[in-house]
Design a protein around this ligand. Sequence first.
Ligand code: ATP
Ligand code: MG
Length: 242
Amino acid sequence: MTGTVAERAAADPVIEFRGIGLTYPGPPPVAALRPCDLTVERGEFVAVVGPSGSGKSTFLNIAGLLDTPTSGMYLLDGVDTGTLRDADRTALRGLRIGFVFQTFHLLPQRSTLENVKLALVYSGFPRRERTARAREALEQVGLGHRIEALPTRLSGGERQRVAIARALVTQPSLLLCDEPTGNLDTANADSVLALLEELHADGMTVLVITHDPLVAARARRTVTIRDGVLSVSDTEMSEVAR
Ligand SMILES: Nc1ncnc2c1ncn2[C@@H]1O[C@H](COP(=O)(O)OP(=O)(O)OP(=O)(O)O)[C@@H](O)[C@H]1O
Ligand SMILES: [Mg+2]
């Protein structure tokens, strides 16, 4: 093997599922995700689609180390996550993964800057550096001029952009989004999507659960889940056709 440890890690896929599945014990047991294989390379933009209750959030929660699979092996950035102790899983999640949810989960009494800084509490960065990084992340999402604003004074799209800044501030290798535009009107949804595409263009690996066919159409690959069964299709051809 050649190259430094860091170079080899950068060459690993971000996500590698080998026979990953999850059955909730019940009773009755629910096979929320049937054993599946999936590789997501660094810098990919993947849409996750499927009917309600099909297993999309289950899939994303496993990828995000929020849920533990009941079968298979999950390598995140080349790390076999099944071998980690709880504290190490939590640390890996904090370091490598940014989450964006349908509801923004912002603290209403804290400024946008403070909301973003909170993601760095356990990062080990000194306080001054946390502020500088949080400002930078807010600038990255186009909200550098609203750092003192309370979330209640922002539009839905702006709130989601604060949530994206909070997800980005730890410089994760993976952005996991569960219906990020689900609570937004068309104009705000468009601005959030444009931002996700921009981040992807800058090299971020992005997985987005969506019911919106327009979102899915923008992704280069689509993961479809039906009744817990995962399949992958390439949207590269339709990209070319457009
Ligand atoms: N903690 C749990 N215990 C038991 N069953 C669960 C649990 N969480 C989810 N399920 C079941 O697993 C299946 C998949 O759920 P999941 O939340 O992944 O669906 P989804 O595709 O995200 O749906 P939606 O589009 O409505 O968000 C569903 O049948 C659901 O009822
Ligand atoms: Mg869901």
